[in-house]
Design a protein around this ligand. Sequence first.
Ligand code: ATP
Ligand code: MG
Length: 214
Amino acid sequence: MPLLQLKNISHGFDYTLFENVSLTLEPKESMAILGVSGCGKSTLLHIGATLLPPQKGEVLLFDKNIYQDDDTMRLNLRRYDVGIIFQHHYLFKGFFANENIELASLISGQEMDEGLLKRLGIAELMHSKIGTLSGGQQQRVSIARVLSKKPKIIFADEPTGNLDDKTAHDVMDVLLEYCAHESAALMVVTHNQQLARACTYVNYLHKDGLKEEA
Ligand SMILES: Nc1ncnc2c1ncn2[C@@H]1O[C@H](COP(=O)(O)OP(=O)(O)OP(=O)(O)O)[C@@H](O)[C@H]1O
Ligand SMILES: [Mg+2]
């Protein structure tokens, strides 16, 4: 069973951003989405991640048509099964890093993974207040928070945007290994072509759909 299916999705705000976007992601598969700034990559990610009903088309998560029903189904999916790494990370600023991660673990009933914190290079930062961390450090805390929930699918919006090359590679590896181990799927927006090539599929978002070329 595919974890995610987008069928002929069209969306826009003042004008149409994209039409006829279709994709399928099976367990252990990953897809990188590239495209010029403002073409609608974040919008498309939000549509897949239960956050935004598209103007046209259908979104199936775990074979369920998610915008057909009331909010309860989407809320439950978001709490337990869908991991969203936002372009602008949303952490609780006045809290400590470990509190932010523990909160996510608590809500979903999953254990926090110490090894993961080490892999992300943030184990030593757990007792720092979020407001005192650098942008890239905060980004990795938000990734740890999402993974500690053990989602079946991850939507990541430029998760390596604030990171140096080496750390960016490590973070991408962590995400891909997570998918391999947990049979999860990953949809990731990036501007980094080299990182994108590590994914199962690389697609560019155009006005008339997803394509393999820029
Ligand atoms: N809620 C909204 N209301 C009105 N316009 C919006 C809304 N969300 C996004 N847009 C507009 O839609 C367009 C696409 O935005 P989006 O954030 O999806 O682009 P993007 O491809 O992710 O860009 P970037 O690479 O800069 O992150 C932009 O022009 C943006 O201003
Ligand atoms: Mg964006």
